[in-house]
Design a protein around this ligand. Sequence first.
Ligand code: ATP
Length: 600
Amino acid sequence: MRHGRVAPIKSETALGKGNLWRIFGFLAPYWFRLVLILLTVAAAAFIGLVPPLLVRGIIDSAIEGADRPLLLWLSVGLFSAAVALGLVGVLRSYLNTVVSQRIMYDLKLRMFTRLQSLSLRFYTEARTGELMSRLTSDIAGIDTIISGSLVTVAQNVLILTTTLVTMLALDWRLTIVSLMVLPWLIIPTLTVGKLRRRLRTERQQRSASVNSLMAESLGISGLMLIKTFTREREVLARFQRENWDLMELQVREALVGRWYFMLLFIVTTGGPAVIYWFGGGQVISGSLTIGTIVAFVALLSRLYTPATDLMSLHVDVVTSAAYFERIFEYLDLEPDISNAPNAVDIENAAGALEFENVVMEYTPGRRALDGLDFSVEPGQMAALVGPSGAGKTTITYLIPRLYDPTQGRVLLDGTDIKGLTLESLREQIGYVSQETFLFHDTVGVNLRIARPDATYDEMLEACRAASVLDVVERLPEGFDTVVGERGYRLSGGEKQRLAIARMLLKDPRILILDEATSSLDSHSERAVQMALATLTEGRTTIVIAHRLSTVLAADVILYIDEGKVVERGTHSELMALDRRYAGLCREQFATTLSGTGWLD
Ligand code: ATP
């Protein structure tokens, strides 16, 4: 069982037996269509034999025997065979496309569902670019194995055998002469295939690197960093260098087969010369007909093309296998946070929270929380303060089970939260982070994420309570204005209040608040504070506090350091204690507090 971790991508892997069965598992639902595909392939292989044989008949029987009706019938037959081949081809490509696209759709769905179920731990370790590439290009890559390889194998094997049998039936000596040419095709195909595969892998890695350079340096944050540090020239130089290497690789890849293709051309176009020479001699001595030679030459291409295709197929299969391996790696990740077998639903929690000797290690051996103990009564507000890296954010992650503690328990109303269903637990909890994330969609849609069935009036009421209604009313299309990425830009304070309105709609029993550190102007600040006061009323609140007003309003302040609670009490109690909290307060709120009496 794997836990949310992915090994570095291997560029190529051999396809294990188990995985082969899994691939068949994905094909199984479409067995009927696949059988139809194979039937069309077989039909094409047999119909393809007809024209050379008809040509032989035309030359040897109809023309030689001056038989006009036979000539007409055979010519009609030749034409009909072409029409039939064309129609079978259309049917095959239709079925092929439908089956491979459906399989890709199934895989994409399975992978997306799996990715959604993975915990935060997975996402902090994975690269978004890599996830996207597995979801798109890897899945697209397996198209080859389904529509290309499977059908190609069946098709080529069938064409090869039927052609060989027909050739042998026509003349065994000419068949041997034709086969002697084959090694000239097979050996170079194998060598060049290997080289091209190596170059292709190298090119894919290079182009992934160029792509990520582009994504990073053309994204807003990267671009700002580059501009403000005036590093455009260095980035450009790197871009130039990497692109140059990529270009050179691509040139090599394109040119590597040039001698090979020449040989291929000579053999396929020059091969018939051998037949004409050898067969011609036999015609002169009277042991062979001209029609047979012509039919042989026509059959020759049905021998060479499938043979080279089958040889180069290996390359495609190995590449597709690598894609499948990578997809399976993701499908095999076990969600490390999921419902326990006997988990129960919790409804209408009172909101008593308790941390019991909680230890949390992101990486084994490094404790972010080190035996943490505290409890919060229903409806109380607990403010977490302490130096950077003390473990405050980690505490807030454990409540909605974004992570699970390494040791110890977190209890809600006296029950270990691991015994509750994730859905019902998270229903009880509202998380307001420092950065408000808005989807690129309307205000209404962004609000209804909290409660999809919220009515217009309820949204209106929530916005009013969060002091953001006037902002929404001023938007060009009110609740229907598109905000978020590439949408209408709301200010920091407005976004925060919208997040508060969203939380009011959700109406959770427990509230987790990561107060924004960035200070707003005093008007916005007051609006946010008012909205927060409405939101926290009557709810158990855990707040990572950065503002004086918040610590003053808290029922209990927990001073966290190195993953432990080192001081606890109200503001005045901790000021009276005059230790670390008092020190931090004096440092942080000195200007705000001078002359208020709160620092005494
Ligand atoms: P700040 O006030 O600066 O946000 P914090 O008190 O919220 O800090 P946490 O974010 O909880 O601190 O981090 C506690 C410790 O855990 C830090 O030492 C941090 O480096 C570590 N940490 C946090 N997230 C991870 C992670 N995903 N992987 C490994 N270590 C982590």
